[in-house]
Design a protein around this ligand. Structure first.
Ligand SMILES: *Cc1c(COP(=O)(O)O)cnc(C)c1O
Length: 376
């Protein structure tokens, strides 16, 4: 069994993907160009944002936005403690200080209460300038934007939606990638919309931000490529990845989202009363980047993981450490608030195999092993 079944996906889409790659090879245009431009337009329309700017990967996407906002030394950015390292890494990479915030114990996303407390504490200390919040659509579930957007607006904080795991998720009629002042996603192969290498994108309605990010991503270009008006970076999506994404995006829209919702519901049903299944608040749609259960104890979690492994079934602990526990952050980590939910989750979460292509019998088998492990 695959953890994220990219092989079955390729089998299903092989003809179109191979053709798309072949067309790029024949065209001779490998970086940027019409295939990339068309993809950006399609993704912007789907997400419901004016601009989509593709770039090298999801980490660069976050970094470029922080850079474009001029965030740096002396500034701080709030980020959930329970996330993939990149969400917090980029804050340090631009020279600012990450402030780790606790997460909600049910949705696993950034807790507004904890954010409020962290913000007020930082203000009182008067050392760092609070500039932005990076919220994460963890495991595919959009964060609580109905609360986050007004909170950030009232306090003059910019809101950056890290939707690396969230593409195709939604809150009512608004899609993931359309929240806050800007949003980013990743096309890393195992993400809800993945390519066959690295790739990422930024979504925004802000014309100035879009122009600045485009410039920063291509060596600080001005009106033309060889007119460089600022120091920038090299972070672009190549045409082959865009051709692959085009096919995968069509599949995502046409049937993959439906299939993965069905798979998640199947796990929900099979696991009822066995372990705590994901909480999806009313009106929210998860992209199901992960299907993560919450076990009663670390011992249970580790026993289930071992039992699955013994049957050749992969499962993953996303994430075994909170940001404040990461070695890279130990020296200059700032955590003014309790991170107890985050710590608790690191000990008890377990992500199960899921993809639009998972077979019902595989899910039944996974759940049987979990049942047997817990009840003997
Ligand atoms: C994957 C991921 C990223 C980084 O994306 P890359 O394309 O791998 O650079 C950032 N944030 C979160 C939450 C992620 O899951």
């Amino acid at each position: 069994m695959e953890f994220r079944d990219l092989k079955s996906q390729y089998e299903a889409l092989k003809k179109d993907i191979d053709e798309g790659i072949q067309e790029v090879l024949t065209s001779g245009q490998f970086i940027g160009g019409p295939v990339v431009k068309k993809l950006e337009e399609d993704l912007a329309r789907y997400v419901g944002r004016k601009h989509c700017i593709s770039c090298g990967n999801g980490t660069d996407a976050l970094f470029l936005v922080l850079k474009a906002w001029g965030i740096g030394k002396g500034d701080c950015v709030f980020v959930p403690d329970f996330t993939f390292f990149a969400s917090a890494e980029v804050i340090s990479a631009v020279g600012a200080s990450p402030i780790f915030v606790d997460v909600d114990k049910d949705t696993f996303n950034i807790s507004l209460d904890s954010l409020k407390l962290a913000f007020e504490t930082v203000l009182q200390e008067g050392v760092l300038n609070p500039k932005a919040v990076i919220s994460v659509d963890l495991f595919g579930l959009p964060a609580d934007y109905k609360a986050l957007e007004p909170f950030c607006q009232q306090r003059g904080l910019r809101l950056l939606e890290d939707s690396a795991q969230g593409f195709s998720g939604a809150i009512e009629d608004r899609r993931a990638g359309s929240f806050g002042d800007a949003a980013t996603t990743s096309f890393f192969p195992a993400k809800p919309l993945g390519c066959y290498g690295d790739g990422g994108a930024i979504f925004t309605d802000d014309d100035d931000l879009a122009n600045l990010v485009r410039s920063l991503a291509v060596h600080g270009k001005g009106k033309e490529k060889y007119d460089n008006v600022r120091i920038g970076y090299n972070s672009r999506l190549d045409a082959m990845q865009a051709a692959i994404l085009k096919v995968k995006f069509n599949a995502l829209v046409e049937y993959e989202t439906t299939c993965i919702q069905q798979a998640a519901r199947r796990y929900d049903d099979l696991l009822e009363g066995v372990v705590k299944t994901p909480t999806i608040p009313e009106g929210l749609v998860s992209a199901w980047a992960q299907y993560s259960i919450l076990c009663q104890s670390q011992e249970d979690r580790d026993a289930i993981k071992a039992a699955l492994k013994a049957e050749g079934i992969p499962s993953m602990v996303y994430y075994p450490k909170g940001m404040h526990q990461q070695t890279a952050f130990l020296a200059n980590s700032r955590n003014p608030v309790s991170l107890e939910n985050s710590i608790d989750l690191t000990e008890r979460v377990l992500s199960l195999p899921i993809s639009p292509y998972i077979e019902e019998e595989d899910q039944t088998k996974v759940v049987e092993i979990i049942r047997e492990t817990l009840h003997g």
